[in-house]
Design a protein around this ligand. Structure first.
Ligand SMILES: N[C@@H](CCC(=O)N[C@@H](CS)C(=O)NCC(=O)O)C(=O)O
Length: 216
């Protein structure tokens, strides 16, 4: 059996998949792609994902893209390895899927202007008003996620919802290096701050941190 993960260092979507693979204690190889070198547009990668995005997981002869589909596949393809990532009855599993959709459809949208200002905008061209609007949108999102929280983790026990949200928050925190005075903790609710420390204390967490983040 072989598992190969194509990822980009710091990609929040790829990070979800790494959290799932590590949680299941699966052995996998990694192939890091460089966005700046255009690796995602090379024909051999386009053959795996015509949408030219990481992550892609190749399990033997089966290649799959889209992080949420991959996480769900890992959970179903390797039952009995680690606790399920979609635990509970139909309603609980539906909540997990809903929370993941809320991360992708709402939280990411709120974070996007902040990410753009931090990572895609020259320091002298940064728009403080855009960052402030982003901060407000993020605070609103964090209030909604806090209200939806149901126990130690987002949906009660640890689940795929936690793996969807954490990398987005980590990337928001990474903006602190670029945006003067920007602080993730200042926007998070106390419950989410505690939740972040819980995720970072997971025994496999360190293995998933982007290598170039560790070096810096
Ligand atoms: N919906 C996709 C999003 C993946 C995505 O946007 N990946 C970015 C990196 S964070 C990427 O590979 N961009 C490279 C490109 O667009 O060529 C998923 O969940 O897998």
């Amino acid at each position: 059996m072989s598992l190969l993960l194509y990822y980009g260092s710091g990609s929040p979507y790829a990070w979800r998949v790494q959290l799932a693979l590590e949680h299941k204690a699966l052995r996998y190889e990694r192939k890091v792609l460089s966005f700046s070198a255009g690796d995602t547009r090379k024909p051999e990668f386009l053959a795996l994902n015509p949408r030219h995005r990481v992550p892609v997981l190749v399990h033997d002869d089966f290649a799959l893209y889209e992080s949420n589909a991959i996480v769900e596949y890992i959970d179903e393809a390797f039952p009995g390895r680690g606790a399920p990532l979609f635990p509970g009855d139909a309603r609980q599993r539906a909540r997990i899927r809903r929370l993941i959709l809320e991360v992708d459809n709402y939280l990411d949208k709120a974070a996007d202007p902040v990410w753009r200002q931090a990572f895609d905008t020259e320091p002298e061209k940064r728009d403080a008003a855009a960052v402030d609007a982003g901060k407000q949108a993020l605070a609103d999102e964090f209030a909604l996620f806090t209200a939806a929280m149901d126990g130690e983790f987002l949906a009660g026990p640890l689940s795929a919802a936690d793996f969807a949200l954490y990398p987005a928050l980590a990337l928001i925190r990474r903006c602190e290096r670029k945006l003067l005075g920007f602080s993730l903790d200042a926007l998070l609710t106390p419950a989410l701050r505690t939740w972040v420390t819980r995720i970072e204390a997971l025994p496999f967490f360190d293995a998933t941190v982007p290598p170039h983040w560790k070096a810096a």
